[in-house]
Design a protein around this ligand. Structure first.
Ligand SMILES: Cc1ncc(COP(=O)(O)O)c(C=O)c1O
Length: 398
């Protein structure tokens, strides 16, 4: 067995998924807020684009992806961030963003060199750590806190850690806390990473899922573009991961993109034919349809906004402390009593599944993550059950 695999054990949410599956198999109706996999249908025009693109003979897709898809991603990036990226030099389609995030250290970290570390915040998304370890790199987590808005401040880290880092991960809007970063913060992180020679990787898969009335989260691409010249934006040392999963309700399709520094894109283009993760061309055709449309994204935003409003109201009534939670995909609550695992177990008895914060690393201890996956009605039902349980004393409220 690969030692990195042996050391990691189960995927953090696997135990909760198993429990939920077992309860569902017994016919117990569940309010499942554990996995960030929404249930709203993929818009019909996207499904149709996929079906219409299934050919009689389907051959291997290329790692570089269809030129039309790269172009559509560049067009979307311009619409969303105001930055004109070159579809051939700056853009690489991926099979969702998870595999690209996991594989990135294989392209940009030298495990035998002086910069073998990957910096990331905890709590955070597991592949930042796991990708580094499987690439024989060094995982270097930094605890995040409510006091610092769940932000990773590279400029506050010890010199030595930056000198030994090849890669640093940002992720705003943030999983698991739902925190949003502002432009000044992103500009400081990019400037620090560049000054200290660290590749900055920004995971922005939740960029388009934010409150209808704002704030609209900025992309680090916008900040990089402040230094645009006649030759185009300066994306040196920067890679951004985007995804259609949450934006367009396409978690099952597996489609995303890396956008950034031409040299970093080139390294990924060299790496990826070895892995075989290119997205099937009929999925790429569906992706072209999805990136080209904003109307369905606005509808999805409104839906998540409504779910968040239901649960924020409930948390306020029940006296549950909320932190982060500025974006609309996750709510982050302080676990009453302080033990997130015990509280998540207790919630299960009420058929509500929340993720204990520790599933996202040691920095998540004491918190609960709710992924706004059930329908608006499902959120209302779950809130009513939870509120009754607090009122009758079967669940602690503070
Ligand atoms: C922070 C973060 N990044 C990336 C992903 C991967 O998404 P996908 O591979 O579906 O694009 C997720 C999925 O939940 C996530 O939470």
């Amino acid at each position: 067995m690969h030692p990195a695999l042996e050391a990691l054990g189960d995927y953090p949410l696997a135990r909760f998924q198993d429990l939920a599956r077992a309860m569902a198999a017994e016919g117990t109706p569940l309010h499942d807020f554990s996995v960030g996999d929404p249930v709203e249908p993929t818009p019909r025009f996207i499904r149709t684009a996929l079906i219409d693109a299934v050919p009689e003979v389907s051959q291997y897709p290329t790692a570089a992806g269809l030129p039309e898809l790269r172009q559509e991603i560049a067009t979307w990036a311009h619409r969303r961030t105001g930055v004109r990226v070159d579809p051939d030099r700056h853009v690489l389609p991926t099979s969702g963003s998870k595999e690209a995030i996991f594989h990135l250290p294989l392209a940009v970290l030298d495990p035998d060199g002086p910069r073998d570390g990957a910096l990331y915040g905890t709590p955070g998304y597991a592949p930042y750590e796991r990708g580094a370890r499987f690439a024989s790199g060094r995982a270097d987590p930094e605890p995040l806190s409510a006091a610092s808005g769940w932000r990773l401040h590279l400029e506050a880290l010890e010199r030595d850690r930056l000198d030994r880092a090849g890669l640093a991960w940002l992720n705003y809007p943030h999983n698991p806390t739902g925190a949003i970063a502002d432009r000044d913060y992103l500009a400081r992180q990019l400037a620090t990473a560049r000054e200290r020679g660290v590749t900055l990787a920004s995971d922005e898969c939740y960029l388009d899922i934010h409150p209808v009335a704002g704030p609209r989260p900025p992309s680090v691409l916008e900040v990089a573009a402040d230094a645009s010249s006649a030759e185009g934006p300066d994306l040196s040392g920067l890679l951004v991961a985007f995804s259609l999963s949450k934006r367009s309700g396409m978690t099952g399709y597996r489609s995303g993109a890396l956008v950034g520094d031409p040299e970093l894109i080139r390294r990924n283009r060299l790496l990826r034919p070895n892995i075989g993760t290119a997205s099937p061309e009929f999925v790429q055709r569906a992706a072209i349809a999805a990136w080209s449309d904003e109307e369905h994204v606005a509808e999805r935003r409104a839906t998540f906004d409504a779910k968040r409003a239901v649960l924020l109201d409930f948390a306020a009534r029940a006296g549950l402390a909320v932190s982060g939670s500025e974006a609309t995909f996750y709510l982050w609550l302080a676990a009453p009593g302080g033990d997130d695992a015990a509280y998540a177990e207790a919630l299960l008895a009420h058929r509500i599944i929340a993720s204990p914060g520790r599933a996202f690393g040691p920095g998540g201890h004491g918190w609960l993550r709710l992924a706004l996956v059930p329908s608006v009605e499902g959120c209302q039902e779950a809130a009513a059950i939870w509120e009754r349980a607090i009122a009758d004393g079967s669940l602690p409220g503070h």
